[in-house]
Design a protein around this ligand. Structure first.
Ligand SMILES: [Zn+2]
Length: 302
C-alpha cells in the first residue's frame, strides 16, 4: 500500500476565492470523487474512491500542528493529548519516544512487512542535520528509527525515489545534476516503489510551505501538481491489489483567508483494494495507522 502524506491540506469550503483546491484544475480528484475535494457533509463513497473527512484536532484546543499531528498519524497515539498541546514542526523528545516505539514502519516490519520511504534526500540534507542546522521531521525520524534505509540522489536518477517537490526542480536549482520529470512520472515512480513493498510512505510538504508563504509557489499550482501526481500513481499501480491512502496532518492550504493552520477536517482518500475495510475504521488521524496495520497484517505473508 502507498501512504501518500500531504502536509497541511484540509477539506475547505466550496469557494474558489477561499479554497485553492476549488480554484485548481483537478481532473484526477474529480474523476475519483465526482466533485471537487472540498468538505463533504459525510463520507463520500464513489466508484473510484472513498473520501473520509478526518478529524485532526484530536480533542485539544488550538490549531493542530505538524509535530503532534504527524506523530498521531504515524503511530495511532493521540500525541497532542499525550503532551498536552499541539506542537509545531519538529518532534520533541517526548514525541520522538512515541514515534520510536509505535511508528508505522516499525509496526509493519513487526508483522513481517517490507517497508519503504520513497522520498529522496540530498547529501546536503544530512550535512545540515549533522551540523545542527536542520532536524528530522516526524516521517524521516520514524523511518530512521525503524531502520529504514533512506534513498538518495542515485535512487532518484534511477526512478527508485521521488523528491519532495515531485519534479526535481528544487534540487536542480540547488545545483544537482538530475532530470526534470513531470508530476505524472513522479506518480508512476511512486506506484512502482509501492508495488515492491507492503508499505511505502511518501511525504509531500510544499502544500504547507506554499500556504505559509515559505516557498514562492501559488497554492493552486501545488494542488495541480498533486492532482497530476495522483493521476500517474493511479495509471501505473495495480489498484485491484494495491491500496492508496492519501492523508494529511492538519488543514492549512484550503483557506486563503489566513496563513496559519485550520481546524478543518483533513481528507483521507482511499483508492483500491481494501479501501472500505480500511476507510470504515477511520474518523480521526489517529485511526489511520491502526487501520492500515490491521489490514496489512493479513497480507504480509504474500
Ligand atoms: Zn503539518
Amino acid at each position: 500500500m502507498l501512504l501518500f502524506f500531504v502536509d497541511g491540506l484540509g477539506l475547505g469550503p466550496d469557494d474558489a476565492e477561499i479554497n485553492p483546491v476549488v480554484a485548481a484544475r483537478t481532473p484526477c480528484l474529480e474523476g475519483l470523487l465526482g466533485r471537487k475535494m472540498t468538505a463533504p457533509s459525510d463520507v463520500i463513497k464513489n466508484d473510484g474512491a472513498l473520501l473520509v473527512p478526518t478529524d485532526a484536532t484530536l480533542g485539544i484546543d488550538g490549531l493542530p500542528q505538524s509535530a503532534t499531528g504527524q506523530t498521531a498519524l504515524l503511530t495511532g497515539i493521540n500525541a497532542p493529548k499525550a503532551v498536552g498541546r499541539h506542537i509545531t514542526a519538529y518532534p520533541t523528545i517526548a514525541l520522538k519516544e512515541i514515534l520510536t516505539e509505535r511508528n508505522i514502519f516499525r509496526q509493519v516490519k513487526e508483522i513481517g512487512g517490507r517497508v519503504a520511504l520513497a522520498n529522496a534526500y540530498t547529501p546536503e540534507y544530512f550535512e545540515a542535520v549533522d551540523a545542527g542546522r536542520l532536524r528530522h521531521a516526524a516521517v524521516t525520524f520514524s523511518a530512521l528509527s525503524a531502520g529504514v534505509t533512506l534513498r538518495g540522489l542515485d535512487d532518484l536518477r534511477e526512478g527508485r525515489a521521488v523528491f519532495h517537490d515531485l519534479t526535481n526542480a528544487r534540487p536542480r536549482s540547488w545545483g544537482h545534476d538530475l532530470p526534470e520529470i513531470t508530476p505524472e512520472e513522479a506518480g508512476r515512480n511512486l506506484a512502482a516503489i509501492a508495488a515492491q513493498h507492503h508499505l511505502t510512505v511518501f511525504e509531500f510538504f510544499l502544500t504547507d510551505l506554499a500556504a505559509h508563504g515559505r516557498v514562492p509557489m501559488d497554492p493552486v499550482t501545488v494542488v495541480e501538481m498533486i492532482d497530476r501526481c495522483l493521476s500517474g500513481v493511479l495509471e501505473a499501480g495495480n489498484w485491484g491489489e494495491m491500496l492508496l491512502v492519501f492523508v494529511s496532518d492538519h488543514g492549512n492550504l484550503e483557506d486563503r483567508r489566513s496563513d496559519v493552520h485550520t481546524r478543518n477536517p483533513v481528507p483521507t482518500l482511499l483508492v483500491g483494494e481494501g479501501r472500505d475495510e480500511v476507510g470504515d475504521q477511520i474518523a480521526a488521524i489517529t485511526d489511520v495507522t491502526p487501520s492500515v496495520v490491521h489490514w496489512l497484517a493479513g497480507r504480509t505473508a504474500q
